[in-house]
Design a protein around this ligand. Structure first.
Ligand code: F6R
Length: 609
């Protein structure tokens, strides 16, 4: 979720690029940098932290040029320090690049560049390989060198490139990461997102996948991957700045719900290789160490705790290690049995949640090895853990967690598959089946987003309710908890989530005529039991909305309404079933006119006990 800005025109480059980067602040960042071409010399400044830190370093009068590129970085590979900030220069200092995305095969490219070309790398990033690759291929033709470099790269990227030899062009390429070119008067622009340009122009070209764009002061030329010139209609942006930040969505929460197929894809990317092997960057656990682990604690708060509930089932099923899930706020104050054979898994989007951090510290003091699943590189949880598996969801701005949750689930799948395979507890056929299901997830999540229209109608019907129940069995219990929390926090409706089997042990007494029950029935092996639960509730005149896999006709028959999620294996249903429920909560909150992105009394990062 990094931000890219480029400018070519007059001596305004520095100002325009910095202003553009500031407008992309909402994308989240932890460092920023800029490189200008001043008459054939590349001038570069970069700094960690806020953009103001960068500005302090470029007050010198001679930091000027008529073209340049800038970047705000959200760390994925390498800590958020100055060395890892973009732009990156080639080792001869002639090529500068900025990059948004992830280069999946950067390790093998890096090794090749070191061994074959003796290149000394200056950063821990995947992005630096792009600058070095282009440099290796550069023979006074920047476009040709960029084309040769991207032919070697796998992954997602929007890249802006300049060369000290060429004071007239910026070259950019795009694959699975956003990129636009802006049309100015006597100048032109490049950016990853519309808000970066709104102050300067409203006329833009949307750059498509596999296209190369060559920007000069006078024109913008777009080419396809065969270098055939592409004719693109220009788009006139009518959005205001606030709408543009949200990519045209009304709220960040909605935008983040819709970003889930891409976030899941990014989280999987580079972690399952062509041989279907799970390769986990940042996890150093060997077979010997794994075999020695006799107990696992998963600790987290809120939504991350709900992901942990699914993690327990996955680890116990695939790796056969007894696993307990606990709320961080509780774990801190009991006397858990921990020793050097205990693995402590900490799940946190922000990496700064006080309860989670203190539980982590307590586990470390008692000698446990700490592995964290985290979304923010360089956060306290990440820094204090022995191993970190990052969710590559990009910054989550809405207080209610959505894409962080689904990517946490994906990470827990990857981790438990890795453990099961390494320990030899997961049969090869099972392993292959689950890997296959994970690979299909991004497309199925897009399909699950297709439920929005139906779910919005349900929201219209029920938004005046003051009480809603969610029930399920197996992994649907965790999904019920998460669906209920989403509704509570943004709509302020009193909702309850209950393991369906527990209903008759008490909560069934709460059912009145018309009481609304959302019933998850996504687990084939528990399907009959859920049908009985529905009958039980219906017999007491409740209203039932079933959540079932496409084709499950019996739920449809006995429920008042059904939301269908895509066909999938039971194991991954939790990742798909939550999508319509995030949308349901969203639409109810909208109809109740709530402050969706900033619900009352809540903070995005809970840094106090
Ligand atoms: C709910 C939500 C919270 C967080 C919880 C933990 O939508 O966002 O319940 O999940 O506060 O936060 P992190 O994951 O940052 O530790």
């Amino acid at each position: 979720m990094c931000g890219i800005v480029g400018y070519i025109g007059n001596e305004n480059a520095k100002e325009m690029i910095i202003t553009g980067l500031k407008s992309l602040e909402y994308r989240g960042y932890d460092s920023a940098g800029i490189v200008l071409n001043r008459g054939g010399k590349l001038l570069m400044r970069k700094e960690s932290g806020v953009i103001a830190n960068l500005e302090k370093r470029i007050t010198k009068k001679d930091f000027d040029g008529n073209l340049g590129i800038g970047h705000t970085r959200w760390a994925t590979h390498g800590a958020p320090v100055r060395e890892n900030a973009h732009p990156h220069l080639s080792c001869d200092g002639r090529i500068a690049i900025v990059h948004n995305g992830i280069i999946e095969n950067y390790m093998e490219l890096k090794e090749w560049l070191i061994k074959k070309h003796g290149i000394a790398f200056k950063s821990d990033t995947d992005s630096e390989v792009i600058a070095q690759l282009i440099c290796v291929y550069y023979k006074n033709d920047l476009v040709a060198a960029v084309r040769k470099a991207i032919a070697k790269m796998r992954g997602a990227y929007a890249v802006g490139v300049i060369s000290s030899d060429d004071i007239d062009h910026i070259v950019a390429v795009r694959k699975d990461a956003p990129l636009i070119a802006g049309i100015g008067e006597g100048c032109n622009y490049l950016a990853s997102d519309i808000p970066a340009l709104l102050k300067y122009t409203r006329d833009i070209y949307l750059i498509e996948n596999d296209e190369i764009v060559v920007i000069s002061k006078e024109d913008i030329k777009i080419f396809d991957d065969d270098m055939t010139r592409v004719k693109r209609e220009k788009m006139h942006v009518t959005w205001d700045a606030a709408a543009a930040e949200k990519g045209g969505y009304e709220h960040f929460m909605k935008k983040e719900i819709y970003e889930q197929p891409e976030a899941v894809n990014q989280t999987l990317e580079g972690r399952i290789n062509a041989k279907n092997e799970v390769k986990l960057d940042g996890i150093k656990l060997t077979k010997k160490e794994l075999d020695a682990i006799d107990r696992i604690y998963i600790i987290a708060c809120g939504t991350a705790y709900h992901a942990g509930l699914q993690g327990k089932t996955l680890i116990e099923n695939f790796a056969r290690i007894p696993t307990e899930v606990d709320l961080a706020s509780e774990f801190r104050y009991r006397a858990p049995i921990i020793d050097k054979n205990t693995l402590f898994i900490c799940i946190s989007q922000s990496g700064e949640t006080s309860d989670t951090l203190e539980a982590l510290r307590e586990a470390k003091r008692k000698g446990a090895r700490v592995l964290s699943v985290c979304n923010v590189m360089g956060s306290s949880v990440a820094r204090e853990s022995d191993d970190v598996l990052y969710t590559w969801a990009g910054p989550e701005i809405a207080v209610a967690s959505t894409k962080a949750y689904t990517t946490q689930l994906v990470c827990l799948f990857l981790l438990s598959l890795y453990m099961g395979k390494t320990k030899g507890t997961l049969p090869a056929k099972e392993y292959g089946r689950i890997v296959g299901e994970l690979k299909k997830l991004p497309a199925k999540m897009s399909e699950a987003l297709g439920t929005e229209e139906h779910v919005a109608k349900l929201a219209k019907k029920f938004f005046v309710r003051e009480q809603i129940f969610y029930i399920g069995r197996g992994s649907d219990v965790g999904t019920s908890y998460e669906a209920s929390l989403k509704l509570k926090e943004i709509s302020y409706i009193n909702s309850f989530a209950i393991a369906a089997g527990e209903l008759k042990h008490g909560p069934i007494a709460l059912i009145n005529r018309g009481t609304l029950f959302i019933v998850f029935a996504t687990q084939d092996y528990l399907y009959e039991k859920m049908l009985s639960n529905i009958q039980e509730i219906k017999a007491r005149h409740a209203y039932v909305v079933g959540i079932a896999k496409k084709g499950n006709k019996r739920v449809k028959k006995i429920s008042d309404d059904v939301v269908m999620i895509p066909q999938c294996a039971d194991e991954v249903a939790s990742i798909l079933a939550i999508v319509p429920m995030q949308l349901f909560a969203y639409h109810i909150a909208k109809l109740r006119k709530r402050d969706i992105d900033k619900p009352r009394n809540l903070a995005k990062s809970v840094t106090v006990e």
